[in-house]
Design a protein around this ligand. Structure first.
Ligand SMILES: Nc1ncnc2c1ncn2[C@@H]1O[C@H](COP(=O)(O)OP(=O)(O)OP(=O)(O)O)[C@@H](O)[C@H]1O
Ligand SMILES: [Mg+2]
Length: 219
């Protein structure tokens, strides 16, 4: 079934470190946008460690994204729950459901198709900590990404690693099937910290020589 894109801007909230305030920030941003008159759907995609329902005061048992992943409901839209803030609805994440935290790639694409179909001016996606492929892929499929950190060295360094990982994952996905550039990027995954790594400038030069038609994608 083809579903229609109905959402406005999709914003992802992430950050390398756990506990730095990603979920609180997502709720605060959603609340502010809703108070200013926009319709907002806040989607908890911290699969396996969901908090948005708790932070928006939803304590009764509700349907969650697990019902969508396990095909008990046909669309994410059906999972939208009202909150006490007018204009702000949420899709609750799952409490522990075995296997939920690692959906297959096709399921991630399906989730994002349904996120794009949510009827809201803004969709805010709250993501988990770390640089798990799930997190990087949801982040990369959004229109805008927000990286939250705390003012302490560990959190700042993890946020920096997160940004690099997200960029790398995006390049990997874009050039996966390119016979010239794909292997150049994949070779990077086999290097350790001590070796020279490519920079975007180096990669741009390689693309300019090997597949100039791909240059706009890098830029
Ligand atoms: N701006 C803030 N000022 C003070 N405390 C905060 C702030 N933001 C978040 N907190 C508190 O820090 C704790 C962690 O916040 P939160 O759950 O939003 O972090 P998180 O990055 O989403 O964590 P996780 O990685 O587990 O998803 C909570 O107890 C929250 O109340
Ligand atoms: Mg969180």
């Amino acid at each position: 079934m083809k579903i229609k894109n109905k959402s406005g801007m999709i914003l992802s909230v992430a950050g390398g470190k756990g506990g730095v305030g990603k979920s609180i920030f997502s709720v605060a941003l959603g609340t502010k946008l809703a108070m200013d008159g926009s319709s907002v759907a806040l989607v908890d995609l911290d699969l396996g460690a969901a908090n948005i329902h708790t932070y928006t005061g939803i304590i009764k048992k509700t349907r969650t994204i697990a019902d969508f992943i396990l095909k008990k409901v046909p669309s994410l839209e059906e999972l939208l729950l009202e909150t006490t803030q007018p204009n702000l609805k949420i899709v609750s994440g799952a409490d522990f459901v075995p296997g939920m935290a690692n959906p297959a790639h096709w399921m991630k694409l399906k989730i994002m198709r349904h996120v794009k179909a949510l009827p809201a001016d803004y969709v805010i996606i709250d993501l988990g900590a770390g640089v798990h492929f799930n997190t990087l892929d949801f982040f990369s499929m959004s229109d805008r990404g927000i990286v939250v950190t705390a003012p302490e060295p560990g959190a700042v360094m993890n946020a920096y690693s997160f940004i690099k990982s997200a960029l790398f994952r995006r390049l990997q996905n874009i050039f996966r099937r390119d016979p010239d550039i794909g292997p150049v990027i994949d070779a990077e995954t086999k290097k350790t910290g001590g070796e020279d790594r490519f920079t975007i400038e180096m990669l741009t030069e390689k693309v300019r020589t090997l597949s100039p038609e791909m240059l706009p994608l890098i830029q």
